[in-house]
Design a protein around this ligand. Structure first.
Ligand code: CP
Length: 330
């Protein structure tokens, strides 16, 4: 257990050691048990304030952070660039310094490519309260930690040798960031798993996230491979995590994105593909899921799906991270 986490930023799992991440997972399990048992724990962040700044929309992240603060006895303040002076050009130094004088933590969702995570680190430079990433262009660390918690609940804490697949899927409508697949390959390679990343050509991830995944694989004794065949990826998998992301390393131009995606419309999590995986394999998705495109309703609502457990665990892991970074010993 790592006890020196007060004041620590949580911008990417890369900044936390395995021991620190395990501490958060243990605390999340404890807080989940207390929540389910109806044990009050609203003294843990009593009268503390978290500022939640969203550059993009959210269902799960906003509600789970805000609800988490309520359950811990504090308050979450919802902010957007438009509702603040950020849209008028106020910089990270001024925003971060002023919010630090009022509250106890700042959480930010900023998925702008090559801007988002830099903005969070910029805030962290000036704020003397912890900064949490609620998703940026590089990582979605609260999501991937909730996913890891879910996998440990299903398979036990020792995940060594388990085959974890993160596969691209087709989806129409909008360009999704790279942060979830990048966060997953960076985090899941740390626990000795056999990690497979599958995507069609053009849907590559940022090189430094792949370098991090390779380095973690070396350290943890697992495996990491990249394939361009969804069927091959799903074969004998324990975890089939299948979601869409944009060809951001190539283009973010809407029509080009759509035509690149349209060439790969068959990349979908369906019953046939799930049958290629192990019998007790689980299907994962961070949500929102594009039903009928990314996966069939049969898979999404089927017995192997754990998507609502993942969403539920967002609440518990975020509460744990906030208690560790914003709370305090007595
Ligand atoms: N998974 C996730 O971050 O969902 P929202 O975009 O709804 O917050």
């Amino acid at each position: 257990m790592q006890t020196q986490l007060y004041g620590k930023d949580f911008i990417t799992t890369e900044d936390w050691t395995n021991e620190e991440l395990e501490t958060a997972l243990d605390m999340a399990t404890d807080l989940k048990r207390r929540f389910l048992a109806g044990e009050p724990h609203d003294h843990l962040l009593r009268a503390k304030t978290l500022y939640m700044l969203f550059f993009e929309e959210s269902t799960r992240t906003r509600t789970s952070f805000e609800t988490g603060m309520t359950q811990l006895g504090g308050h979450g303040v919802f902010l957007t660039p438009k509702a603040t002076q950020i849209d008028h050009g106020e910089n990270a130094q001024d925003t971060g310094t002023v919010l630090s004088r009022y509250g106890h933590g700042i959480a930010v969702r900023d998925c702008r490519t090559n801007i988002g995570q830099k903005y969070l680190y910029d805030l962290a430079k000036y704020a003397n309260i912890p900064i949490f990433s609620m998703q940026d262009d590089v990582d979605h660390p609260c999501q991937t930690m909730a996913d890891l918690m879910t996998m440990r609940e299903k398979f036990g804490d020792d995940l060594r040798g388990r085959k974890f697949v993160i596969s691209w899927t087709y989806a129409p409508k909008y360009v999704r960031p790279l942060s979830v697949p990048q966060g997953l390959v960076m985090l899941m390679t740390r626990w000795g798993m056999d990690v497979t990343l599958a995507h069609p050509p053009g849907f590559e991830l940022m090189p430094h996230s792949l370098d991090a995944a390779r380095a973690h694989t070396e350290e943890s004794g697992g495996a990491f491979e990249i394939v361009d065949d969804m069927d091959a990826a799903f074969e004998d998998a324990d975890v089939c995590y299948a979601k869409s992301w944009g060809p951001i390393m190539v283009t973010e131009e809407e029509q080009e994105v759509q035509s690149m995606a349209d060439e790969n419309i068959s990349w979908k999590a369906d019953e046939r593909r799930m049958a290629l995986a192990k019998k007790n394999a689980i299907y994962m998705h961070c949500m929102p899921v594009d039903r009928g495109y990314e996966a069939t309703d049969g898979v999404i609502d089927g017995p192997q799906s754990v998507i609502y457990d993942e969403a539920e665990n967002r609440l518990h892991i975020q509460k744990a991270l906030m208690v560790l970074a914003m709370g305090g010993r007595i």
